[in-house]
Design a protein around this ligand. Structure first.
Ligand code: GLA
Ligand code: ZN
Length: 679
């Protein structure tokens, strides 16, 4: 699968803001020269350039962009062309205040910042369509342009009267009648019943935050708004050349919008990757980044682009560490190992002023290319060129493990006022379940609960906190297990339907016979409290946060609680169902316990690791095509031996039987027989 058919190669480069330097032709010339030196082959242009492109209403200035593009193209550098809707010119905000966003306290923002627009405003949409169309007419057939970059990191909600009206329309369409909405939202509670559509407002700290069904529908509506806005922009740029693919740069699995839904209107998924590397033992951070990469792959079940990453540090983490020597290549190659067709940065050159003047960049204020960062970046460019022939077209192995990750569920779980109140930690919980597979280099994918989700090809399906059951997921899970699949579900699953109304009856709803168990009560533990789970293999593990009480209905008990009034009661159960097995995990288990649990499941299910060898902690092997990426996140040098004979994919040299992998380093290796001079 090729994401950028006009240039079917690994992309290396990133956000380039010549619009900040229009009075410095000398610097722009040096940029192009230095890009070539750094093996940059693609840049993202014009992301925040609206004021330079349309300095006055309806007056477009493309002369500077023509010059920049031609200069880049002369050196063979490609362009990811942005639509500038992420930030708007001051003249527009002054003349049409309706383009500005209204905050959750129902107050209109002033001009400033970015992502500060109303997605409903007809004026804003007209202005965006105008500039997008003009850009497309001029550049959609320019040979340098390989991809549209729609806006930038969509986020947030608008509470203006127009958006409120759209929300009411959306609800009318969804529920048909107010009676139905009142039923689905359980508005008999606290005198919430609506008697006219006009009474419905978005959730706000100034008003209604206690109607959890409203909260859930507001997130769905906001996703729909964003999707609709992306579609509008896509239509505008595609009018000139429908062949040029579109992306919008997503963020890590991000709370605001359902990314599975947004991905449906994108041709290419791309994302901005900014892990907070600590520069010591970075195993957990690396696992988090890996999960996000796999999620981006999973959104469309196809490779993705890493649209941004920093060449050194950022300026918005709580502590902005530099990358340790080696970490730049390691984190870049991690993205590639998980299916990225690019390593792109924010930003090419540090600006002279304002909020990002101290954010890491390929070129700093000294403009020098004899720096550590520039050398690190150049090295990545060179390696991508070397690997291009062997790796670009190679896909990641098909996953036999699927984790259900659903934004609807996440919103509902984290808003649920129960157990740990606001500490249900959906994403973190998923990460704990993902860890064992990542550590072993066993491919994992993610699915949500959309109608089209098909679980039949998987061997193992994991449902952490699948609180909502919707769109017939329970029938799919039942059929999957019946046919021989292994199903794992945790506490707080199968509690409520798609509008967040609880089911009346046993939990997990309609699957109690599959698990042979009912979840009857959920106990919460204080942060300084813990329980234990004693496994039938004799091991004891820690449980923290949540311990649910399980009533056995024919299951086998694999682990029991060690303490409290429910000591001796079932904590982990196993049930044979049809040709398969269904596990229920009642407690929030320590990552160690989940690691052991899944390691043993993986071996009984013969899930293939990237390498059949046990690696030191923090050392990860991951496969893409025929290549294995050996990665060391442990913060110290690692020594281990490899099964079979391997060669280095960059140098073609034979890899010694005992490998030494320095701290924060990566090595790409291939089986000796599969590559080399003959290919
Ligand atoms: C985001 C934005 C960029 C820049 C970087 C800084 O990813 O898309 O414009 O602000 O963060 O890390
Ligand atoms: Zn609005």
């Amino acid at each position: 699968m090729v994401l950028t058919p006009r240039f079917p190669h690994f992309l290396h480069g990133g956000d380039y803001n010549p619009d900040q330097w229009l009075d410095r032709e000398d610097i722009l010339e040096k940029d192009a020269e230095a890009m070539e030196k750094a093996h940059v082959n693609a840049v993202s242009l014009g992301i925040f350039a609206w004021d330079a492109l349309e300095p006055e209403e309806g007056v477009y200035d493309f002369a500077w962009l023509d010059r920049v593009m031609d200069r880049l193209w002369r050196r063979g550098i490609h362009v990811i062309l942005a639509t500038p809707s992420g930030a708007r010119p001051a003249w527009m905000a002054e003349k049409y205040p309706e383009v500005l966003r209204v905050n959750s306290e129902f107050r209109r923002n002033h001009f400033g910042g970015r992502h500060n627009h109303c997605p409903s405003s007809p004026v804003y949409r007209e202005k965006v369509r105008g500039i997008d169309t003009a850009l497309a007419r001029r550049y959609a057939s320019h040979p340098a342009v390989i991809l549209w970059h729609i806006s930038n990191e969509f986020s947030g909600d608008c509470y203006c009267p127009l958006c409120q009206e759209r929300f009411r329309d959306w609800l009318r369409e969804k529920y048909g009648t107010l009676d139905e909405l009142n039923r689905a939202w359980f508005t008999g509670f606290w005198s919430m019943r609506y008697t006219a559509w006009s009474q419905i407002e978005p959730p706000s700290p100034m008003g209604q935050m206690s109607n959890l069904s409203l909260l859930l529908d507001w997130r769905r509506f906001s996703t729909w708004q964003c999707r609709d806005f992306i579609s509008m922009e896509k239509e505008a740029v595609h009018a000139c050349n429908p062949e040029l693919p579109c992306t919008a740069n997503l963020m890590e699995a991000f709370w605001d919008y359902d990314y599975f839904s947004l991905a449906e209107v994108l041709d290419v998924v791309s994302w901005d990757n900014y892990p907070a590397w600590r520069g010591g033992d970075d195993e957990r951070v690396a696992c988090g980044a890996a999960l996000n990469h796999d999620m981006m792959y999973a959104l469309k079940k196809q490779p993705f682009l890493m649209m941004e990453s920093t060449p050194s540090n950022v300026n918005w983490h709580s502590v902005n560490k530099l990358k340790k020597p080696g970490m730049h290549l390691l984190s870049s190659m991690q993205a590639v190992a998980h299916g990225s067709q690019s390593v792109l940065y924010f930003q090419w050159r540090k600006g002279r002023g304002n909020a990002e003047m101290f954010h890491g960049a390929v070129l700093s204020h000294d403009g020098r290319s004899d720096t550590r960062v520039f050398r690190d970046v150049t090295e990545v460019g060179e390696i991508l060129e070397k690997l291009d022939g062997k790796l670009y077209a190679a896909d990641v192995p098909a996953a036999r493990v699927c984790i259900l990750y659903d934004w609807n569920c996440r919103w509902a779980v984290e808003n649920a006022q129960t157990g740990l109140a606001h500490g249900m930690a959906y994403h973190e919980t998923v990460l704990n379940h993902y860890h064992a597979f990542w550590r072993a280099g066993i491919p994992v994918t993610f699915c949500d609960m959309r109608e089209e989700t098909d679980l039949s090809g998987f061997s193992l399906v994991i449902c952490p906190q699948l609180y909502l059951f919707m769109n017939g997921i329970e029938e799919k899970l039942r059929a999957f297990t019946e046919a021989g699949g292994t199903l794992v579900m945790t506490y707080f699953s199968g509690i409520a339907d798609s509008t967040n109304l609880t089911f009346l009856g046993d939990a997990p709803h309609s699957l109690t016979d599959v698990f042979g168990v009912r979840e009857t009560e959920m106990d919460a533990l204080y942060p300084d409290e813990e329980n234990t789970v004693v496994m039938d293999n004799g091991r004891t593990y820690r449980a923290t946060g949540i311990c649910s009480l399980l009533a056995e209905e024919g299951c086998e008990v694999a682990g029991t609680y060690g303490k409290d009034f429910y000591a001796g009661g079932a904590a982990i159960t196993r049930n044979a169902y049809g040709k398969g097995t269904a596990w229920y995990i009642g407690a929030r288990l320590d990552p160690d316990c989940l690691d052991d649990f899944y390691t043993s499941l993986a071996s009984s299910l013969h899930l293939e690791p990237a390498l059949d060898v046990s690696l030191p902690r923090g050392v990860i092997a991951h496969r893409r095509g025929d290549m294995v990426f050996l990665q060391n996140y442990s913060g110290k040098p690692a020594f281990f031996s490899l099964p079979g004979s391997w060669q280095d994919a960059c140098t073609d040299e034979k890899v010694p039987d005992t490998v030494e992998l320095p701290a924060w380093s990566v090595r790409m290796i291939c089986k000796e027989s599969l590559s080399g001079t003959g290919e």
